[in-house]
Design a protein around this ligand. Structure first.
Ligand SMILES: O=C(O)CCC(=O)C(=O)O
Ligand SMILES: [Fe+2]
Length: 239
């Protein structure tokens, strides 16, 4: 992809196809401003996390009703994506959809794939707390893909970092976050992006542990199918 040059040196070793980790993608003030801007009245409470979607959730046919993203999700994050060349090759040349997930300690998300509604590039900004994303190889079960029984890799996402998943890392793996309070046994042999971390000393000094606090993630994607309001009202899509 076009971002290859800008992301050179950020590719996570060992994970095929590729995932990139950029520590300190935003600064503490940008992080605080993003946290402040998240509307408090749009959360949907699920059993093990809460979430909101911007500008809106997808229809049953995975279609997004065309609408601009709020400006606080565009600047500074999407401007920084542009300087990295991220989403240059995606159909809309920019993300048009952001999922905001909030996890308290002991909360997570089951292993899953993000699927065919999106162009295969995902950019995730982490806020507030570090935690490990578990990456599973895909085991084929008839037509159904299921995760390998244990995670093959762990990616430690520090607050203010960016994780980019693209290509076969998007299509051929599953990802999840385990419902634990403490990420244990963190070190060079157990964390795929150890050499790319902004500050691995924090984890060494803490005996290889990360005690989670509440983490919020912003997941930027390009939804492939977008419908225009006018076309919908007329019942005739006009391209
Ligand atoms: O919070 C994250 O980093 C992952 C979220 C995720 O996988 C999703 O919403 O599809
Ligand atoms: Fe996901």
């Amino acid at each position: 992809m076009a971002a290859d040059n800008a992301l050179e040196g950020c590719e996570i070793p060992g994970i095929p196809g590729s995932m990139y980790y950029i520590p300190n993608f935003i600064d503490p003030q940008e992080e605080a401003e993003l946290l402040n801007a998240i509307p408090s009245n749009r959360w949907i409470q699920l059993q093990h996390r809460r979430l909101q979607t911007q500008p809106s959730s997808l229809s049953k046919s995975n279609t997004l009703l065309e609408a601009p993203l709020p400006s606080w999700l565009v600047n500074p994050v999407i401007s920084k994506f542009k300087s990295l060349g991220l989403f240059n090759d995606s159909p809309h040349h920019a993300p048009n959809h952001v999922l905001i997930n909030e996890y308290n300690p002991n909360e997570g998300i089951m292993p899953h794939e993000d699927g065919a509604a999106y162009y295969p590039i995902v950019a995730t900004v982490s806020l507030s707390s570090a935690l490990c994303l578990d990456i599973y190889e895909k085991a084929q079960d008839g037509d159904q893909a299921r995760p390998s029984s244990t995670p093959k890799w762990r990616v430690l996402q520090e607050p203010r970092s960016l994780l980019v998943t693209c290509g076969s890392a998007y299509t051929d793996t599953l990802h999840g976050i385990s419902e634990i309070e403490i990420d244990e046994d963190l070190g060079p042999d157990t964390v795929a992006n150890w050499t790319l971390l902004g500050d691995h000393k924090v984890f060494i000094d803490n005996g290889g542990q990360n005690v989670r606090t509440t983490r919020i993630s912003l997941t930027y994607r390009d939804v492939l199918k977008v419908s225009k309001v006018g076309a919908r009202i007329l019942g005739r899509p006009r391209g």
